[in-house]
Design a protein around this ligand. Structure first.
Ligand SMILES: Cc1cc2nc3c(=O)[nH]c(=O)nc-3n(C[C@H](O)[C@H](O)[C@H](O)COP(=O)(O)OP(=O)(O)OC[C@H]3O[C@@H](n4cnc5c(N)ncnc54)[C@H](O)[C@@H]3O)c2cc1C
Length: 680
């Protein structure tokens, strides 16, 4: 049907199409002649030769669909120098149809044609029109294959999830084992990624029909990889029962194998995608490359601006004000390096994009906030010491007293107070609620004793907001309070810790009988856990942003071009995979970002973004390093040639992303409990 629809309109073609649509006729497609043939023009040995008023067709076709029952075939053949497509009735003399059985129980046909006579009117297309119709039909079929593969993966996954909840071994459901939970979460991530990829591919093919080849390749590669992975995992996690023919899992597995061995393997689809795809431009690169200046509206009514002019405005601002030498810094900037930029943003009233106007923020609605963050990242603007702006400010606005808001918010904006975050302790990392730094009430002050660790840039900070234990009697989450501490208070000491990159980026902070006024308690006494949790949703969207991975891909391209690696097939295969991983991350991110824009609640499944973004980034940086060979191990000076990619900083930076903001293992635990509802 999709081939008939793609053919140019004509009497015979229109009649055929109508009878196929009405169900009166079944038309098969016969174009392929060799294994691994992806395009119709790669092999066209079948010939159509003019004999009087008829044409004779001679040749062989393989893997024709359907295997049985078709009333005739749409056959491609070379006629002179042109490709052509013919309608060949199944009853034609000289046509031999042999049925071939496929792994999933379906069938296809092998067609042998010897002196098959057809009238000239049965020629349905010639030349480029014929080839284009075949290509289009095949790519449409690939998109349909992708959709079916996604369905297959989902069905196998659901069966397995159910099984893990009910099958008991060692006295508990097998789904209570963390190793199985994490494998299921990884399968779930692949499925969600494939779904986002497919949705985006279909939308893109609709919007830009010329992109069908590329989007079909991408969608099939992703969905095939997912289905093969999930169906195999499903058999494994079912044990022996998964291996029985009485169970549907075998069908799902074999259907995936059928699609894997028809119309292109995953590897073939990857390289086809790569041939077609241009370097991934950022969604708004066109705006950013030659922006005309757009200034902020005097009334700062951002909601009235269109998203594109808002983005242009942010870009113009960055071009005018952001120090060029600080773009895409290779380390976390210290205060003395970024103070000027902080103060520039502060003067402009742009330091706190999410805070409301009345507290000195920009008061951006969800869509503009996202655009602001994306533009900053795209431009390579450095992350500032932003704990005050990003974390504490929103906490004070929501939970703080009027006095606290009055005292602290303006000083965050002016840069007078620089805050750091004191949550983690030597024995409270992932299990943060087991923290022990103690705050005991003594008159009008708390007396704080204990130690915080991994406190980012505490040596540059003036204040710390800390989670402290104020009650040991009940559940550990219920005895925690949120306290504001001036780092100049007697009894506080800060010791920087050098990280593996050689930078002093985080610190230990010790509290030795530090007196903290009671008025520095935020929210209720023992109510700190609720405050800490309130910050999580939005943070997970930002740590799941594709920008870092996209930037790393641009570094990888730079390395590949300098070292001429695009000529190397092994390099290309891995490169194309990463390119697809980033494209699909972007699609998935876009869907969560839409929720933020609409003001919907962010679901727990957002953890998949953090996992995929950080692990994709990690894989790219590893590849950059490997691709640099000996150069990769050289420590480059900051002033070295900009043509030379410094491979170490991104590699090390990527390691952090899988640990902080809730390690990836903890994110997998969250997904397995809160989303997949696997037993504890
Ligand atoms: C660069 C950087 C900056 C940081 N900045 C700050 C900061 O400013 N303020 C702050 O308070 N903290 C900060 N942190 C600390 C960060 O929040 C913690 O590192 C993180 O919560 C993990 O805790 P941990 O390091 O103690 O690891 P652990 O919790 O000891 O974990 C060790 C390993 O075990 C795994 N693991 C632990 N529990 C489980 C489980 N139940 N199931 C499966 N696997 C598990 C973890 O995933 C990890 O791989 C920072 C960390 C880094 C790396």
């Amino acid at each position: 049907m999709s081939l008939l629809a793609a053919l140019p309109t004509g009497e015979e073609r229109d009649k055929l199409l109508a009878s196929v649509i009405s169900g009166d006729r079944l038309a098969g497609v016969a174009w392929q002649e060799q294994a691994a043939q992806l395009e119709p023009e790669e092999s066209l040995a079948t010939r159509a030769t003019c004999v009087g008023s008829n044409y004779r067709i001679d040749g062989q076709k393989r893997w024709c669909s359907p295997g049985t029952g078709s009333d005739g075939w749409l056959v491609s053949a070379a006629s002179g120098a042109d490709a052509t497509i013919w309608w060949v009735p199944a009853s034609s003399d000289g046509l031999v149809i042999e049925k071939e059985h496929r792994v999933d129980g379906s069938s296809c046909a092998r067609l042998s044609m010897t002196n098959v006579q057809v009238p000239a009117s049965f020629r349905l297309a010639t030349g480029e029109e014929a080839l284009a119709a075949l290509r289009r039909a095949n790519d449409t079929t690939r998109v349909a294959q992708a959709a079916e593969l996604l369905g297959v993966a989902r069905a196998a996954f659901e069966m397995t999830l159910e099984y893990l909840k009910t099958r008991v071994q060692f006295g508990k459901p097998i789904g209570a084992n963390q190793s199985l939970q994490h494998r299921m979460v990884d399968a779930y991530i692949r499925i969600e990624l494939a779904a986002a990829c497919l949705r985006e591919s279909i939308a893109e093919a609709d919007a830009v029909p010329d992109r069908l080849r590329s989007v079909a390749s991408r969608a099939k590669a992703r969905c095939l990889n997912t289905a093969l992975h999930v169906t195999r995992l499903a058999v494994q996690l079912h044990g022996a029962v998964g291996f029985t023919d009485e169970y549907d899992l075998g069908l799902f597995l074999k259907r995936s194998l059928q699609h894997a061995s028809w119309l292109g393997s995953e590897a073939a689809m990857l390289s086809r995608f790569h041939e077609e795809s241009l370097p991934l431009p950022s969604q708004h690169a066109l705006i950013g490359d030659h922006p005309e200046d757009v200034v902020a509206p005097p009334d700062r009514d951002w909601a009235r601006m269109s998203e594109s002019s808002f983005r242009r405005m942010v870009r113009s601002f960055l071009r005018r004000n952001y120090p060029e030498h600080l773009r895409h810094p290779t380390h976390r900037l210290r205060w003395h390096e970024c103070k000027e930029w902080y103060l520039t943003l502060s003067r402009e009233g742009w330091l706190a994009p999410a805070w409301p106007h009345e507290h000195g923020g920009m008061g951006l609605p969800g869509d503009k906030l996202l655009a602001y963050m994306e533009e900053m990242e795209d431009y390579g603007a450095a992350r500032l010491p932003d704990q005050g702006v990003v974390n504490l400010g929103p906490v004070l606005i929501r939970f703080g007293t009027a006095e606290q808001q009055h005292e602290y918010l303006p000083r965050i904006l002016s840069g007078e107070h620089i805050w750091c975050q004191g949550y983690s302790e030597p024995n409270a990392g992932s299990d943060l609620a087991s923290l022990r730094t103690e705050a005991i009430l003594d008159g009008d002050a708390f007396v704080v004793n204990g130690q915080k660790i991994w406190t980012t840039l505490a040596q540059d900070a003036t204040h710390i907001f800390a989670l402290v234990r104020t009650d040991k009697s009940g559940k550990k989450q219920e005895g925690i309070s949120f306290l504001l501490v001036d780092l100049k208070s007697p009894g506080v000491s800060v010791r920087p810790i050098r990280n593996i990159a050689g930078d002093e980026e985080f610190c230990e902070v010790f509290f030795d009988n530090v007196r903290v006024p009671y008025r520095n308690l935020v929210g209720e006494l023992h109510g700190g856990w609720k405050i800490a949790k309130s910050l999580l949703g939005f943070e997970r969207l930002f740590v799941g942003s594709p920008k870092t991975a996209q930037y790393a891909m641009s570094l990888l391209r730079q390395v590949a071009e300098t070292r001429r690696l695009f000529d190397d097939k092994a390099f290309l295969a891995r490169y194309a995979q990463l390119e697809i991983d980033v494209a699909d991350l972007k699609a998935l991110y876009g869907e969560f970002a839409e929720m933020v824009k609409r003001g919907s609640e962010i679901p727990a499944s957002i953890s998949i973004l953090k996992i995929w973004a950080s692990e994709t980034y990690t894989a790219i940086t590893r590849f950059i390093f490997e691709s640099c060979e000996e150069e990769g191990g050289s420590l480059k000076m900051p002033d070295c040639s900009i043509d030379t990619v410094n491979a170490i900083p991104p590699l090390i930076n990527a390691m952090i992303t899988t640990v902080y903001a809730g390690s990836n293992e903890i994110q997998r635990n969250i997904l397995s409990k809160a989303v997949l509802h696997l037993p504890g």
